[in-house]
Ligand binder design. Structure first.
Ligand code: GDD
Ligand code: MG
Length: 349
């Protein structure tokens, strides 16, 4: 078995966070996101992993190298321009010889991957798609199934009146190399609009795997990125437990840091500051009486005296001025400087 992680999208819906950091390596609780997917693969015994890149590939390669620090062997393919999801799999054809696990590179889940592989093999399927129930399938790929688990219909980004069930494509596939022959070479081609509907037309053995209660989130928007943090901090994600919530940092004894929060190395937290249910990246500086709640702060950011940050995401190397109020829903890109007393996002005027 081997794996391919689709990590070439531009991450437009996660802007401004993805202006300098490609989505696959945005920090989630101070770890590059892809490491969670690599953990899932390694737990299932899969160590031969190809990362399919296109947007800012060097940053990802530089960070993860050959994978030896993480107990896996990483290879990279870099498309000159994005080839689409199935086009990216076809582009990696030379690296693919066996049954392959394909991940969308933005899904945080506690899926039991071994169970998916067992079911795929037991059914001798050409392709298996993992499903997830969601409240509103509009933003995803809707998947209708037969009672025996065969896929009946695949409808990407359905319109309101096309929604017939709440099961969606969870962005995890098991593919036999034979399906590569159905993907046109050298073209932009998608699993969702191209290969999957085509497999149905060809009457290939194309199955859904419905896992029992599984945590699942696509981290690709700021709301869901923040939600993923809240879920991890509250230990709502099985199989992923935050081991170390406290790096080595300086904190005044009169500062309040709750048990849920994660504080990166080399932070400084001054007297009277409060950090509640939040994540601080490495080297952050929180001044006196500043208040940070339900927020994610990327490394090397300074939160000024008596500033308030709540339900917000603050990028790397930012400066939030004295008494500023960064309110719910605010997302500050890297190196933003917010003047003293500024008010952003959701604050009551
Ligand atoms: N290499 C490469 N090349 N990767 C790509 C390309 C490309 O041209 N286009 C997208 N990707 C990667 C993205 O980086 C992302 O990890 C993954 O493919 C899926 O792309 P998204 O842009 O995040 O798609 P989506 O979230 O709108 O929809 C997809 O995911 C849903 C689950 O979250 C679809 O697969 C839906 O059917 C699915 O329900
Ligand atoms: Mg996505």
């Amino acid at each position: 078995m081997q794996a391919l992680i689709l990590a070439g999208g531009k991450g437009t819906r996660l802007r401004p966070l993805t202006v300098y950091t490609p989505k696959p390596i945005v920090p989630i609780c101070n770890r590059p996101f892809l490491l969670y997917q690599i953990d899932t693969l390694r737990r299932a015994g899969i160590t031969d992993i190809t990362l399919s890149l296109s947007y800012q590939p060097n940053k990802i390669e530089h960070l993860l190298g050959d994978g030896s620090d993480h107990g896996v062997k990483l290879k990279y393919t870099v498309e000159p321009q994005p080839m689409g999801t199935a086009g990216a799999y076809k582009f990696a054809e030379d690296a693919i010889r066996e049954t392959t696990v394909v991940f969308n590179g933005d899904i945080l889940t506690d899926l039991d991957l071994k169970a998916v592989i067992r079911e795929h093999n037991g059914r001798k399927a050409a392709a298996t798609v993992v499903l997830q129930p969601v409240e509103n399938p509009r933003a995803y790929g809707l998947v209708e199934t037969e009672t025996d688990g065969r896929i009946h219909r695949f409808l990407e980004k359905p319109k309101e009146d096309e929604i017939t069930c709440n099961n969606i494509n969870a962005g995890t596939y098991i593919l036999e190399p034979g399906v590569l022959d159905f993907i046109p070479p050298g073209e932009n081609y998608s699993f969702e609009y191209g290969l999957f509907p085509d497999l149905l037309k060809r009457k290939e053995s194309f199955y859904a795997h419905v896992p029992p209660r599984t945590y699942w989130i696509d981290i690709g928007t700021p709301e869901r990125y923040l939600q993923a943090h809240q879920d991890l901090l509250a230990n709502r994600v099985g199989r992923i437990h935050i081991k170390e919530r406290r790096g080595s940092f300086d904190s005044a004894t009169v500062a309040e840091i709750d048990e849920l929060s994660i504080i990166g190395d080399d932070c400084q937290i001054k007297p009277g500051a409060q950090i509640i249910n939040s994540v601080l990246g490495q080297g952050c500086f929180v001044e006196e009486r500043a208040h940070v709640a339900n927020s994610v702060i990327w490394p090397h950011t300074r939160i000024g005296t008596a500033a308030q940050v709540s339900n917000a995401i603050v990028g790397r190397g930012c400066h939030v001025g004295r008494s500023a109020v960064i309110g719910p829903g605010s997302v500050l890109g890297d190196k933003t400087s917010v003047t003293d007393y500024t008010i952003t996002g959701g604050a009551k005027l």
